[in-house]
Design a protein around this ligand. Structure first.
Ligand code: 3PG
Length: 187
């Protein structure tokens, strides 16, 4: 069984993953409509605002066909369990603890764990993972890090996020070890 429940397949369908923090529930529908108009068929809703769970529930209710609703900024195993109960399409964390790793692996939901350093990547590889959010991309070294990690970890694929924006996302996507990019610049 594929260890990350098909996260690569989801990322491969979306060149860009908009990272969105909703503060007003009324915005959920408008944001999804706006993304669809730009031919973007996914969203990563962060767990950073008090209305985050309500926003996720609303998004899942109105989810257009073929549109993926992910949840990001997961920092505890309890939040993984909440995502499982809600039935989200994928989960993203900025980093990983043992508790989060175990909850991810028990969830059966595609998950994208955050890494920044070689040791983070090696820990993930040790669990049988091969697809990561490279976060924060700019602090990790930007495109230089992507190039270096390509030769050291040829089996690994990344979704760089954190400092990716309109002017550099195409440079990121030009690398074979980058499947998609994430960022808040899209909304
Ligand atoms: C994330 O949680 O993925 C980042 O905060 C997004 O980073 P950005 O705001 O630099 O795009």
């Amino acid at each position: 069984m594929e260890k990350q429940f098909g996260i690569r397949n989801i990322l491969a369908q979306h060149e860009v993953i908009p990272v969105v923090s909703i503060t007003n529930i009324d915005e959920v529908e408008k944001v999804i409509e706006m993304l669809k108009l730009k031919s973007i068929n996914c969203i990563e809703l962060t767990l950073r605002s008090p209305s985050a769970y309500q926003a996720i529930e609303t998004a899942l209710k109105i989810r257009p066909s073929g549109f993926h609703i992910g949840v990001g900024t997961i920092v505890s195993s309890y939040q993984v369990k909440d995502c499982k109960s809600l039935g989200v399409d994928f989960m993203v964390s900025p980093g990983v603890s043992n508790g989060i790793a175990e909850a991810f692996e028990e969830s059966s939901i595609p998950f994208l764990p955050g890494v920044m350093t070689p040791s983070d990547i090696i820990s993930g590889i040790g669990r049988g993972w091969n697809t990561f959010k490279l976060f924060p991309f700019d602090l990790a070294g930007g495109v230089k890090a992507i190039k270096t990690y390509a030769s050291v970890f040829p089996q690994v694929r990344f979704c760089p996020t954190g400092g990716v924006h309109e002017t550099n996302y195409k440079d990121c996507l030009a690398h074979d070890n980058v499947i998609s990019v994430g960022g808040s610049w899209l909304v």
